[in-house]
Design a protein around this ligand. Structure first.
Ligand SMILES: Nc1ncnc2c1ncn2[C@@H]1O[C@H](COP(=O)(O)OS(=O)(=O)O)[C@@H](OP(=O)(O)O)[C@H]1O
Length: 357
């Protein structure tokens, strides 16, 4: 990618009012490495951090008349020419009203999105967004959840002439957990996240709403050897001066593993690898189901983004012994594995909040 001009032509601040606009928004996707992307980027000397990693203003707190308050609260009050700021809110991507709001208030901001192998993203979300909120004696397997979800997804997509669905509305977003899973003991907390293990991995369904975005491949940030180069590409897209990202990348991965220790918690690479190994392998059947389901959407994503991600569809670890999915004859099949303890939950309100995304 060739280096672009800086958004707002290098002057995002209105110095009379001490207000600076974000030059980039990382709009998602949750569990794809948004924390690492944000913290690597804010290590660049010309990038000033926001007040916190996840602001979630354009989705859950939006009010057109409160835009200046959002800027005041979230970003630095002064920057030198050539400096920029930005934020990462993994909940922005999935709501169809957000791109409209962003275009209205921040017409020059650049949109970054990080995507991950769909099955790996879903499996990560299962551990983080589901096992952390479900009561241990009510635990359902990954296979149980994805099999029911893909059945619903298939039905909703079939009934939609544009082959697009709104994850928070339409057939998919409106169907109750009981209708999907046939049982009523599913947890309420974070249900917009754990009920959309597969849906949120069909990235193009909602990225289609965004007029322009730059797609980062999670897999390229997942190894120190390729991460610094991928970050240099991101920096060039934002019009930032050349910078060596190796020192910050060498520190490790941010927000790794199923326990929420804070988005800014960095885990050294070797320990992150051990954390991943603690997780029981995904079954071959589960991977096959998600790979097959996601394939047409992934093809369209790569065409639209004009980039493709290497290694999708080839899991690092698989339990090849397990080839059958959850079977309807065994409706109460419980996971024999993972037992993450509850760490941090949303309140159980009905408004979807991605604060624990
Ligand atoms: N550098 C890098 N490259 C690729 N992947 C990375 C990287 N850093 C973190 N991770 C993995 O991304 C998962 C966390 O993603 P997010 O930070 O987006 O999660 S959140 O939605 O904000 O909670 C989480 O995945 P799992 O550990 O599989 O759950 C992280 O390990």
């Amino acid at each position: 990618i060739t280096c672009r001009d800086q958004p707002y032509r290098g002057r995002p601040c209105d110095d009379d009012h001490g207000r600076c606009k974000p030059s980039f928004l990382i709009i998602g996707v949750g569990k794809c490495g948004t924390s690492s992307l944000y913290y690597y980027l804010t290590d660049h000397p010309s990038v000033k951090a926001a007040a916190q990693k996840q602001i979630q203003w354009f989705d859950h707190q939006y009010s057109a008349s409160r835009f200046n308050a959002y800027l005041d609260r979230s970003f630095p009050h002064h920057m030198e020419p050539g400096e920029m700021t930005g934020e990462a809110s993994p909940g922005y991507a999935q709501y169809s009203e957000v791109p409209v709001r962003v275009a209205k208030h921040l017409p020059e901001t650049r949109v970054l999105v990080i995507v991950r192998d769909p099955a790996e993203r879903a499996y990560s979300a299962y551990h983080y967004n589901y096992l952390n909120v479900v009561r241990p004696n009510k635990k359902r397997t990954f296979e149980f959840l994805i099999e029911h979800e893909t059945r619903l997804l298939a039905k909703c997509l079939e009934n939609n002439s544009e082959n697009k669905i709104d994850l928070s509305r339409d057939c998919y977003g409106r169907t109750t957990a009981k209708d999907t899973y046939g049982v009523d003991d599913m947890p309420l907390a974070n249900q917009h996240l754990w009920r959309q293990l597969v849906g949120r991995s069909l990235y193009i369904l909602y990225l289609d709403w965004w007029p322009e975005f730059f797609m980062v491949c999670s897999e390229l940030l997942a190894a120190p050897e390729t991460a610094a180069d991928e970050m240099a590409t991101v920096a060039a897209y934002l019009g930032l001066p050349t910078f060596d990202f190796r020192p910050v990348v060498d520190k490790g991965k941010y927000n790794a593993g199923a326990k929420h220790l804070g988005y800014g918690k960095v885990t050294p690479w070797d320990q992150a690898e051990k954390l991943a190994d603690l997780r029981p392998p995904m079954t071959a059947a589960a991977r096959h189901l998600i790979d097959t389901f996601a394939h047409p959407h992934t093809t369209r994503l790569f065409e639209r983004a004009n980039r493709s991600c290497p290694k999708w569809g080839s899991s690092r670890r698989l339990d090849d012994a397990t080839t059958t999915l959850y079977s309807p004859e065994d409706p109460h099949a419980l996971s024999s594995s993972s037992s993450s303890s509850a760490t941090k939950n949303d309140d159980e309100g009905t408004l979807p909040r991605d604060l624990f995304s």
